[in-house]
Design a protein around this ligand. Sequence first.
Ligand code: ADE
Ligand code: ZN
Length: 326
Amino acid sequence: ATLAPFIAGLPKAELHLHIEGSLEPELMFELARRNRVDIPFDSVEAVRAAYSFSNLQDFLDIYYAGANVLLTEQDFHDLALAYFRRSAADSVRHAEIFFDPQTHTDRGVPFQVVADGLLSGMAAAEAEQGVTSRLILCFLRHLDEDAAFATLKMAEPWLDRIIGVGLDSSEVGHPPSKFQRVFDAAGSLGLKRVAHAGEEGPPDYVWQALDLLKIDRMDHGNRSMEDPALVARLASEGMTLTVCPLSNHKLCVVDDLADHPLPSMLAEGLHVTLNSDDPAYFGGYVNANYQALADQAGLTRDQIVQVAVNSFEGSFLPEADKAARI
Ligand code: ADE
Ligand code: ZN
C-alpha cells in the first residue's frame, strides 16, 4: 500500500531548513518587481531550469544571488509565512529555521530588518497555522572568524529570540576549527550550537564539530558513515542528525537515492531526522523527502514513525513539551 497518505498526515518537526532556501521562484519574481531589483531570468520556468547543480558550491552561487531580492522587513515576513503555510500542509507542527544574516548585512540590509521580518512572519504563522518555531543564526563558513564575531555582536539585542547558532555555506576548506572561539562565545551566551558537517567534508570535520564546536545537533553528517568509531560516538551520545535526502541527491552528495545512507544510519542506532534543507531549490518539502526514501530506499512505516518521533525529540523544545507534541 502507498505510504503517501500516512506520511502526509504524520505530525513532524523540521530541523534543517534555510529560510532563504524556501524562496520559490514565484515569490522571487514578485519581490524583484516590488523592490525593482533586476534578476537574471525572464520567467519562473527559466529560474527552475537553472536549478541543476553538480556540487554544493554550484548551488550556493545561485542561492546567494536569489537572496538579492530580499530587502525589507515585509519581504522577510512574507518569505517566512510562505514557508510555514507550505510546510503546515506537510503536517509540520514545529520548525527550527536557519537564517544567514551575513548574506543580507553584507548587501546593506540591516540585521534588524532580517530578524524582525522573520520573527513577525513566525508569529503570524503560529497564529494562523498553529505551527511553533525557533530561529537559528548561521555563520557563513567561507567568511572569516572576525565576521562571525561581528554578526554575533549585531545579534545581541535579539538573543532572547534566537535559540542557537549554526554553521553553513562552503564546507571543504573551512573546517569547524576556524569557528571554535565564536562557538565558545555563543555557548557562553546560552545559545544552542549546531553545524553542517560531513555533507561534502570528511569525517574529521564531524569530529571537530563534536569536540571543538560542542554541538547539540549535527546537520547532515552523511560522511560520518565512513568512520565506525565516529558512528559509535554519535550513537552513544544520542546525537540527532538532520538528514536531507533530496538535497543530497541534487548536490551530488549521493548519486542514487536507493543508496542513501539513512537506512544504515537507522540500523546503527543513530537519531536521524528528515528535512528539506532548501526546498525551493531541491524540488520538494519535507514530505517529499520522506516519500523519496520510502519509494527508493525502502523506508518502512515503522522507520517513518521513528524518524518523525526523532524530529520532536531532537528539537530544542523544552523537554516537558516534547512528549506532548509527538
Ligand atoms: N546553505 C544553504 N543550504 C546549505 C547546505 N546544504 N550546505 C551548506 N550550506 C547551505
Ligand atoms: Zn543545510
